[in-house]
Design a protein around this ligand. Structure first.
Ligand SMILES: [Zn+2]
Length: 108
């Protein structure tokens, strides 16, 4: 499978392809109890509040397995929803060290 460098950035580093900047994180988090989860699914799921669409977005897989990059689900939402929109004052850029660390964790 080949992956476009921009997709790589979006999905693995959480950097918006529109702005080249990291996505704004959720405004807040909550844990929701899922009704009737399957055996392999979580009974609770962590959700994050989106500053753009004001929705609660699941930030982890409903499958009960470890995800290496937890923010992946948030970034997927942010990539389609935020469109370059940032929380005002959110100017934190990733440090080079953070990215190296992330790549290491992904085994790249
Ligand atoms: Zn949104």
């Amino acid at each position: 499978m080949t992956i476009h460098p921009l997709e790589f950035l979006v999905f693995f580093l959480g950097v918006s392809a529109t702005t080249g900047r990291p996505f704004s994180p959720p405004l807040s988090y909550r844990t929701t109890t899922r009704l009737h989860p399957l055996k392999t699914e979580r009974s609770e799921i962590l959700e994050g509040r989106c500053h753009k669409c004001k929705k609660w977005v699941p930030v982890e897989s409903i499958k009960d397995c470890a995800v290496k990059v937890k923010e992946l689900f948030w970034w997927k939402h942010a990539a389609t929803c935020h469109q370059g929109s940032q929380v005002p004052g959110d100017d934190d850029f990733y440090e080079q060290d953070d990215i190296s660390c992330c790549l290491e964790e992904l085994g790249l």
